[in-house]
Ligand binder design. Structure first.
Ligand SMILES: O=P(O)(O)OC[C@H]1O[C@H](OP(=O)(O)OP(=O)(O)O)[C@H](O)[C@@H]1O
Ligand SMILES: Nc1nc2[nH]cnc2c(=O)[nH]1
Length: 180
């Protein structure tokens, strides 16, 4: 169905069934861990939008939803300077924050968002990602609390993640294998 918009050589890395069952498992764990707590569920835009929507519909929690926007990749496949584009006004002092993002790669984005939530007085700040990319370029000691899937070091797109700001709408996760 997406052959007209997919770059030639695109390969599926993670299919819809795998994505959905990993989100089911995460949701069960988060429902247990946050039961009885007042939660602020904060999506990190833009990449987090599809994963966060999908996860949130499975959460049976007392929660408010908002978002923040931080960016460091733009159209590039390598990270640059972190830029805050939007900070939510939600009062975090009464809330346990769950930060929800598509991918933990070098860790700059979540480390900064986590520090910011604590500075704003959140009762606690936890993070959940769909993908953890495994390599040795990790920036900080900070690690996400909940990870749905680990992948090798590919630049991936689809399910919220962009390829040059496009293709976020794809329902599966793709990569472009390097030419041999
Ligand atoms: O762990 P890191 O190396 O910090 O990378 C992870 C971040 O990179 C992407 O965002 P990006 O800056 O591309 O903005 P976007 O969400 O608008 O695509 C992704 O959505 C994560 O937020
Ligand atoms: N789209 C996309 N954004 C990222 N940000 C950090 N790593 C990635 C990646 O592999 N794909």
């Amino acid at each position: 169905m997406y052959s007209k918009i997919l770059p030639t050589n695109s390969q599926v890395l993670i299919n819809q069934k795998e994505i959905n069952s990993s989100i089911d498992k995460l949701a069960m764990q988060i429902n247990q861990d946050f039961a009885g707590k007042e939660v602020a569920f904060l999506t990190i835009m833009n990449g987090g939008m599809i994963f966060a929507s999908s996860l949130a519909t499975r959460l049976n929690l007392d929660m408010e939803m908002d978002y923040l926007q931080l960016s460091r990749y733009g159209k590039s496949q390598t990270g640059g300077q972190l830029v805050w584009k939007y900070q939510p006004e939600i009062n975090m002092e009464n809330h346990h924050v769950i930060l929800c993002d598509d991918i933990y790669d070098e860790g700059h984005t979540l480390a900064a968002a986590h520090a910011w939530c604590l500075k704003k007085g959140a009762k606690s700040a936890s993070s959940v990602v769909l993908i953890h990319k495994e390599h040795d370029r990790t920036y900080a000691d900070y690690k996400p609390d909940y990870v749905a899937m680990n992948i090798p070091d590919h630049y991936i797109f689809g399910y919220g993640m962009d390829l040059e700001e496009k293709l976020r709408q794809l329902p599966e996760i793709y990569y472009l294998p390097k030419a041999k």
